[in-house]
Design a protein around this ligand. Structure first.
Ligand code: S3P
Length: 178
């Protein structure tokens, strides 16, 4: 089966949403933001899910989202940064998507996520978000590396260059598919 979706994975602040929107526009695909989907299903914001129901509940909703969104065709899916924590998410996504991981340095991640406001991301909403970024990255780096062979460092590329790099990887990965 042709994999007509692109699933963008990677740590918070690596550019999945911004780059995903541009990739979708360039390829004429639908853009889907996984956190928005989860928020709609739960009827509350991501911070409210974390605070009221806990991270485990959020991770369950994330698994359901990966399962449902994998049924889409012709979409660019911007995934939450933690989907690599449950391997089943990658199993669902890889049925219909080429999975591409975006990376960035801790400093760039810090700058980008703090620009959004740290209260938007429960895992960084504490007095020392830089430490949280480093701790989480140290734990997760091998998981992102293992998740896919398609990796892009977005630290010093423009949005346009990142989008084109994603499109190239996607085209190369699907060129032999029937
Ligand atoms: C998370 C990343 C967030 C969001 C939630 C948890 C994570 O998504 O799903 O706050 O565990 O890395 P973004 O990567 O889109 O910020």
């Amino acid at each position: 089966m042709i994999k007509s979706n692109i699933a963008l994975i990677g740590f918070m602040g690596t550019g999945k949403t911004t780059i995903g929107k541009l990739v979708a526009k360039k390829l004429g695909k639908k853009f889907i933001e996984m956190d928005e989907y989860i928020s709609r299903i739960a009827g509350k914001s991501i911070p409210d899910i974390f605070h009221e129901d806990g991270e485990i509940k959020f991770r369950e909703l994330e698994i359901q989202a990966c399962k449902q969104l994998s049924k889409n065709i012709d979409s660019v899916i911007s995934c939450g940064g933690g989907i690599i924590l449950n391997k089943i998410n990658l199993d669902y996504l890889s049925t219909s998507s080429i999975i591409i991981c975006l990376n960035a340095s801790p400093n760039i991640i810090y700058q980008r996520t703090m620009k959004d406001g740290k209260e938007k991301r429960p895992l960084l909403s504490n007095p020392n978000p830089m430490k949280s970024i480093n701790d989480l990255l140290n734990f997760r780096r091998p998981l992102y590396e293992r998740a896919t062979k398609f990796q892009i460092d977005t630290s010093s590329l423009s949005i346009e260059e990142c989008a084109d790099a994603v499109i190239n990887l996607y085209r190369n990965a699907t060129s032999g598919e029937k």
